[in-house]
Design a protein around this ligand. Structure first.
Ligand SMILES: C[S@@+](CC[C@H](N)C(=O)[O-])C[C@H]1O[C@@H](n2cnc3c(N)ncnc32)[C@H](O)[C@@H]1O
Length: 238
């Protein structure tokens, strides 16, 4: 799989999270809590069928509405083992499946989800745009791809420190220098997508929530990219 300059190789990320699994909840649970609450609140406003990409140890699973149907996906068996144990301990009727798989290639049917949530995973992917293309394919018209992560700072000196440290912590499966603009550029390629204004999350505002909505009238827009320039003023019928 081709990676851009600083995109993380998949094998490195999978290996890193094999180790992270043992300490993840205690270390990352409290730090990520505001972001987890923000992304699940956004998902719960939509409801229906949801795919959580990079479900990890399942920290977010209890936060989804109980009338939703949530499928969790992850490449790390060790992280998923923790999520499965969580299912065994709690009553979580909203969780319908936990699957081992890679968001770049997972072949769930077209338009099968109302919400696709990516909490703290997009910036770790080896081909983020390709993964997002797959999310767009699986998203129903009117649905949203919702992302929360730490993105590259807008302050030049912090951004430069993040660029410096990024290659030094890549083997830990961490990536602090991913620009929000890259997500916007991806969404702008498609006439059926609209990226809503980014929302800073938490008291320190170090995380950002991104929502990309697929127009309700985009049902029959083909998989091949349809640029905004090419888009017809009269949308295709659902
Ligand atoms: C930082 S953890 C986030 C876990 C969880 N979403 C949370 O916020 O607590 C990133 C997770 O993404 C998973 N991951 C990385 N690349 C992936 C891929 N290509 N497809 C699916 N999951 C992936 C990792 O194995 C890891 O469990």
């Amino acid at each position: 799989m081709k990676t851009l300059a600083h995109d993380l190789p998949q094998t490195k990320v999978e290996k890193a999270y094999g180790y992270w699994a043992w300490i993840y909840d205690g270390l990352c649970g409290p730090i990520f809590r505001p972001a987890h609450l923000a992304i699940t609140a956004a998902a719960n406003r939509i409801g229906g069928q949801a795919l959580e990409v990079g479900v990890g140890t399942g920290l977010l699973l209890p936060l989804y509405r109980r009338d939703m149907s949530v499928t969790g996906l992850d490449i790390s068996e060790q992280m998923l083992a923790r999520a499965r144990a969580r299912l065994g301990h709690g009553h979580l009727p909203q969780v319908v499946a936990l699957e081992t798989g890679d968001i770049h290639t997972i072949g769930h049917p077209d338009q099968s989800y109302d919400v696709i949530a990516l909490p703290f995973v997009l910036t770790l992917l080896s081909a983020p745009e390709r993964a997002l293309d797959n999310c767009r394919r699986m998203l129903r018209p009117g649905g949203e791809v919702i992302i929360v992560s730490h993105f590259q700072s807008e302050a030049a000196w912090i951004a430069s420190a993040e660029r410096w440290i990024a290659p030094r912590i890549a083997s830990l499966g961490l990536r602090p220098d991913f620009p929000v603009e890259r997500v916007r550029a991806w969404a702008d390629r498609y006439g059926d997508l609209e990226m809503l204004p980014p929302e800073p999350v938490g008291a320190l505002r170090i995380y950002t929530l991104l929502r990309i909505r697929k127009h309700a009238s985009s049902g029959s827009i083909p998989e091949a990219s349809l640029s905004k320039d090419e888009a017809s003023p009269a949308p295709a019928a659902v």
